[in-house]
Design a protein around this ligand. Structure first.
Ligand SMILES: Nc1nc2c(c(=O)[nH]1)N[C@H]1C(S)=C(S)[C@@H](COP(=O)(O)O)O[C@H]1N2
Ligand SMILES: [Mo]
Length: 251
């Protein structure tokens, strides 16, 4: 009973909690009972929803991989800046990690390679109706975000890319549940080789519970923000802002 009341006052049903606090016989009042059980249902529903968001995407065997992982969208950013990075085999590339963090980072490819790695063979699903299975490797985004130290106000992670659409970099965003999902990685390897340019060299996001367009290629910047309001036109991504794609593209 105490625990349940604490739970209610702890935020799920703050209003009800205020009314109930200080009265131990409250469960004898039918209306209050109803509120308590509603609270439990809400708690259970929330738990189930969080479990669903944290579930792993299916993983496959090496033999199930597609013979070729076709590119989509930008196949080569082609800008002078990107060509210069490419010419140096990305030795001068740095991933800027900033926004609402306590320790902004500037990470090289070898910095990312020195972190604990995750490898996974997953299926990519593009909204245009094709899928492909491949092995991806890189550090978990969570590892990078923990190193940078998210501030309390951070709610979303925004990715800015090297390729331009109408003169502006491609961008995407995810919430913190996806950002800290174990299969969300900053991939620098595809099928045990450095990423080809067409697939997002030197580093692309893999966010395996989401459709293809969320997997930002050619990463340049990772930023923690409190709101998507100031990003592009406010819908959280290039396709979300300019076509009618959903921001939440969970699969
Ligand atoms: N920077 C950037 N990221 C991007 C895109 C893009 O055009 N630019 N296309 C998206 C889409 S729609 C898909 S399906 C995947 C394709 O990844 P692939 O080129 O490795 O197949 O990348 C996504 N990430
Ligand atoms: Mo896509």
């Amino acid at each position: 009973m105490i625990a349940r009341r604490k739970l209610l006052t702890g935020g799920l049903a703050g209003g009800a909690g205020l009314i109930l606090s200080g009265c131990d016989r409250v469960v004898q009042i039918p209306a209050a009972r109803k509120i308590l059980f509603a609270g439990e249902d809400m708690q259970r529903g929330l738990h189930r929803a969080l479990m669903a968001r944290n579930a792993l995407a299916p993983e496959f065997t090496a033999a199930q991989r597609s013979p070729f992982f076709r590119p989509n969208g930008t196949r080569d950013p082609g800008t002078d800046a990107y060509r210069a990075l490419q010419a140096g085999r990305f030795a001068d590339w740095r991933l800027q990690v900033g926004g609402l963090v306590t320790r902004p980072l500037s990470l090289s490819l070898s910095d990312l390679g020195a972190m604990p790695q995750r490898a996974q063979i997953t299926r990519h699903d593009c909204v245009e109706g094709w899928s492909a299975i491949a092995k991806w490797q890189g550090p978990q985004l969570g590892t990078v975000l923990r190193a940078a130290g998210l501030r309390d106000a951070a709610r979303y992670i925004v990715f800015t890319c090297a390729d331009l659409y109408g003169g502006e970099p491609y961008y995407e965003s995810i919430d913190l549940i996806d950002a800290f999902h174990p299969q969300t990685i900053l991939a620098w390897a595809l099928n045990d080789r450095f990423l080809p340019v067409m697939n997002g060299a030197p580093v692309r996001l893999r966010v395996e519970r989401q459709l293809g367009y969320k997997h930002a290629k050619y990463l340049m910047q990772v930023r923690a923000v409190a709101s998507l309001d100031g990003i592009g036109k406010g819908q959280g991504g290039y396709w979300e802002d300019n076509v009618d794609y959903d921001w939440y593209a969970g699969i």
